[in-house]
Design a protein around this ligand. Structure first.
Ligand code: CS2
Length: 491
């Protein structure tokens, strides 16, 4: 039962002192960012950077959030004037902050035109995007015209996919004679800015012949590397944070204290002073993206599949097992870090140690099942490109092979009768590959590894890697997970 008054503009001054009073509550700005995909991650990451930049400078920016499908976040935050609390928590830190720079949330499935109009409004200078891997509708870094949402958007003029929204909004800006805009990708994909540019310009070609040229001349796409562990919100968290602040905050979020944002400095016009919040503006983000995707996300995914096989609910429980920690240290030290060029300002041992400590943060419990989602779209950039790079350097990726085998084992468990919950936009395709070979692991591994779009081409033909995955996959079925981990770590 909700007994506390709700967090909103009118009640804000009643909040406990620990929350602090945010600056500029309710201020509307002529400098707007439209953020597409206003989920927990963006609210605890990009919105916080903007809030800090606003607090530290005279230059005020506000955010109009967009949910392409579900009205959930809008319905939660509207009654509280879009104010919400972020709680940063670790063994040593407990920090509350109220975010006040979110001005409105639009819901694309209710009114796509309102989203297009907002992006095409003169006050909008920047669009930031967090729609996860599947939202890009890409295949080999170009628009996937076999994607059903994209096909429908092209054929019927509807607007459901991200490329359609952005291309139609850019067309509206062009037709209105407005200035261009900067579009910033904040998803866990390598070259995310370039991929976004490709899918948007490919879609633009279906709208108007001259639009691509206008985009090339007037729109900038920035790649970025984003990092912060932000679990999906839960009712228990909402209760806890509401007690902390003395007001009911249905939109409260928990996250770790760590945050990083490395941004390609390629803006068309002004931007918030995000560096005031610690963002790094650089010429080239690629090395930082690769580092983070392989060292953090690759190991996160490995933990999620291994943890699921072990029956653990949370990442911190899985990494707390000594044999798992030893395996992850090996995966980082002997494989992932060897597959990339470490940026010169990063001490890789310190970075690896810090990532393991972050995984261990039990005060920010993150579900294995959350990381395990969309494996077919995450594995390439997190683990498989590294395996490919290592094979070219003549290094044998034992640990990556085990992580891939653990993913396969989860899929097989699901296909064979639902032992694991699997959520993946390609689930039907994956099941169709697996089901005929449930009794024949050699055929199963071989069929999976020949999937282009998941396995890089040269890895598909790599017999050494295939036999490593097969060996791990078979031993996962005959030995216990702990024993397989120990065997691989000892190699
Ligand atoms: C995670 C990421 O859910 C996942 O797939 O690996 O969301 C991870 O927590 C963030 O990228 C950390 O920056």
């Amino acid at each position: 039962m909700m007994t506390q008054p709700r967090l909103n503009k009118a009640n804000l001054t009643q909040a406990k002192a620990a929350l602090g009073q945010p600056s500029s509550v309710g201020k509307r700005s002529d400098n707007k960012i439209v953020h597409i995909g206003i989920g927990a991650f963006s609210r605890a990451h990009q919105a916080l950077y903007t809030q800090i930049a606003n607090d530290k400078t005279q230059d005020y920016w506000s955010i109009v959030g967009v949910s392409l499908r579900s009205p959930g976040v809008r319905d939660t935050l509207k009654p509280q004037d879009y104010l919400y609390t972020i709680k940063e928590r670790s063994l040593n830190e407990d920090n509350l902050r109220c975010i006040s720079c979110l001005e409105d949330i639009l819901v694309g499935s209710e009114n796509a035109q309102a989203v297009i109009d907002q992006i095409a409004d003169e006050s909008t200078k920047i669009v930031t995007v967090t729609v996860t891997e599947k939202g890009y509708c890409q295949k080999n870094q170009r628009l996937d015209t076999s994607n059903s949402a994209v096909t429908a958007d092209i054929e019927s003029g509807s607007c459901t996919s991200l490329p359609a929204y952005l291309a139609r909004a850019l067309l509206a800006r062009k037709e209105a004679g407005l200035a261009g805009i900067t579009i910033v990708s904040c998803d866990n994909l390598p070259n995310n800015g370039e991929i976004l540019q490709n899918v948007v310009t490919d879609f633009a070609d279906t709208l108007q012949a001259e639009l691509r040229n206008w985009i090339d001349d007037n729109v900038r796409f920035c790649s970025t590397m984003v990092d912060r562990i932000v679990p999906a919100a839960t009712e228990q968290l909402v209760q806890e944070i509401s007690t902390d602040i003395g007001l009911y905050d249905a939109g409260a979020l928990l996250c770790e204290p760590y945050k990083q944002w490395v941004i390609e400095d390629n803006f068309l016009s002004s931007r918030p002073a995000w560096e005031e919040a610690g963002a790094l503006l650089v010429k080239d983000v690629a090395a930082y993206e690769k580092l983070k995707l392989r060292m953090l996300n690759g190991c996160h995914s490995a933990l999620a599949y291994i943890g699921s096989l072990l029956g653990d609910e949370f990442i911190h429980q899985t990494i707390a097992r000594p044999e798992v920690e030893a395996f992850i240290a090996r995966l980082m030290g002997s494989e992932q870090s060897k597959s990339l060029q470490v940026p010169s300002d990063i001490d890789i041992e310190q970075y690896s140690g810090a990532v393991i400590e972050r995984f261990k943060n039990k005060y920010v419990p993150y579900r294995n099942a959350q990381v395990a989602t969309d494996g077919s779209l995450k594995l390439p950039q997190r683990l498989l490109f590294s395996a490919n790079d290592l094979r070219e350097k003549n290094i044998t990726p034992h640990c990556i092979a085990l992580a891939v085998a653990a993913w396969l084992q989860c899929l097989v468990g699901f296909a064979a009768g639902g032992s694991y919950s699997v959520s993946d936009p390609n689930l039907e395709r994956l099941e169709a590959i697996i089901t005929p070979h449930l009794q024949d692991s050699t055929a199963l591994v071989s069929a999976m590894m020949s999937q282009s779009g998941i396995f890089p081409e040269s890895l598909q033909k790599d017999e050494v890697f295939e036999s490593l995955v097969l060996e791990c996959f078979q031993s996962l079925q005959t030995l216990g997970v702990a024993e397989v981990l120990a065997n691989v770590t000892a190699r």
